[in-house]
Design a protein around this ligand. Structure first.
Ligand code: G6P
Length: 438
């Protein structure tokens, strides 16, 4: 039975003149299953072009999208309406009916491309908030086995209700046989939305809608455990070099896409507070914040970039040597080497569907992450230092606590954390979801 994955982003990277499956992330997690079943990946073709990429056991089908469609579907509806709403940023929510038309049209184009690639008897796995309507579109057109995974949070009904198309969105997802979320809280809120907006009946953990059973559950994603553990030895040298760039200083690290959900400004202010209250530390620590550019076509992100660069610049000037901001897309090895060099990671999103940084950090370093209680991962990771990223004083105090932690406590916490991270393996996540889908 072939497997057809539908995801906005394609799973490949350019290597020399050709393409390879991307290392890490969703693509790496799914690739073993796809290769086994033989399958296809439907994605937005960068630059708007269509066409196919043939890889071993996987064909990538690029859906051609005009610049106008991308503006409405991706920069508009997905990233200015759905993204802020799912993350409870109501004041960032924007809406235009034209965006919705583009979103619907692109979901149709994805569904059609998927059906053409999959044919009779295929299983379909739809990913994330870009493609909420695809499950129902696939089913209407004859697909019989459809799963969907929602990688971002699912909000409470009062927030979802702000979206004029909330009901259509929920009905779109109810076209699936299995709807997956990272946490049981998100799953429970979705059941409630399905009951109230689409008249679904809730029995056990499942929903009954239009005579069909739709299962809803939590499938927490993890990281590539074996790959990261294998990377450790490889990273030693580069990690040592990074430490040597900051002699006499203990290293803290933060790594994020530039996004208002990540709480980067709040984190920097908490660090400023920490150094202001503990001036003796300014010569003994350095915080390396690594920020990769993201969604630059969306106005809110450009505004945030300007504010972040101003604040980061002011910190670098005020505390020379104690703060470094790198604003660039880092390659994965370089990112992991920074993790390996640091003894504390600040993973403090204001809201996050799951967040994998704390897990990656735990596997390649000897340190502990401070983790926001508003990341889905907080439900699964014992041992971390849980923080409230909105609480500047609390976060500043937690940084001090993390640095002062006795080695025995750190070891015990790491042990609990690593056991949990190893259970949350990415390939196991993909296999578990597909097994539940049948
Ligand atoms: C989040 C979303 C993903 C998305 C990623 C990067 O993690 O859940 O679906 O791919 O952000 O954002 P971008 O807009 O660059 O794809």
């Amino acid at each position: 039975m072939p497997l057809v994955v539908l995801a906005n982003r394609e799973p490949v990277r350019r290597v020399g003149g050709g393409y390879q499956v991307a290392v890490g992330g969703l693509a790496a997690a799914l690739y073993p299953a796809i290769r086994r079943l033989g399958g296809a990946w439907i994605a937005w073709g960068p630059g708007g072009q269509g066409g196919r990429i043939e890889l071993e056991g996987l064909t990538v089908h690029r859906v051609p999208l005009s610049e106008r469609r991308v503006a409405g579907y991706y920069r508009g509806y997905a990233n200015q309406a759905l993204w802020p709403l799912m993350h409870l940023f109501l004041e960032r929510f924007r809406h235009r009916s034209g965006w919705w038309r583009d979103y619907r049209a692109v979901n149709r184009a994805f569904a059609e491309a998927a059906l053409a690639a999959g044919g009779e008897g295929a299983a379909y796995w739809v990913h994330d908030y870009h493609l909420a309507l695809a499950p129902a579109l696939l089913r209407e057109r004859g697909a019989r086995r459809v799963g969907v995974f929602w990688h971002v949070p699912w909000p409470p009904l009062e927030v979802l209700a702000v979206l004029p198309e909330a009901e259509a969105l929920v009905r779109g997802l109810l076209g699936a046989d299995l709807v997956g979320f990272h946490t049981e809280d998100y799953a429970e809120r979705f059941r409630e939305a399905a009951r109230r907006l689409a008249g679904a009946e809730v029995r056990g953990g499942a929903l009954f809608h239009r005579g069909r059973r739709v299962r809803v559950g939590a499938f927490p994603i993890g990281v590539d455990v074996a790959g990261l553990e294998a990377a450790r030895t490889r990273l030693v040298e580069r990690a040592r070099a990074i430490r040597a760039e900051h002699p006499g200083r203990r290293i803290l690290v933060g790594a994020d896409r530039l996004d208002y959900t990540k709480g980067i400004l709040e984190r920097l202010r908490a660090y400023r507070r920490f150094l202001t209250r503990r001036p003796e530390m300014a010569g003994r620590v350095v915080f390396l914040q690594l920020t990769s550019p993201s969604r630059e076509g969306v106005p809110a992100y450009r505004g945030l970039r300007a504010r972040l660069l101003r604040l980061a610049g002011a910190l670098e000037r005020r505390f020379p040597g104690a703060f470094v901001h790198r604003y660039q897309a880092l390659d994965r090895e370089e990112l992991l080497a920074h993790f390996a060099a640091a003894e504390l990671a600040l993973v403090t999103p204001l809201r996050d569907g799951m967040n994998l940084v704390a897990m990656e950090y735990a596997l390649v370093s000897q340190g502990l992450p401070l983790l926001s209680r508003f990341a889905g991962a907080a439900a699964y990771l014992p041992g971390v230092l849980l923080v409230n990223p909105y609480d500047e004083a609390g976060l500043a105090a937690a940084i001090g606590e993390g640095l002062a932690m006795p080695p025995a406590e750190r070891r015990a916490r790491r042990q609990a954390l690593l056991a949990a991270v190893r259970r949350l393996d990415a390939a196991a996540w993909a296999a578990g979801f597909l097994e539940a889908l049948g």
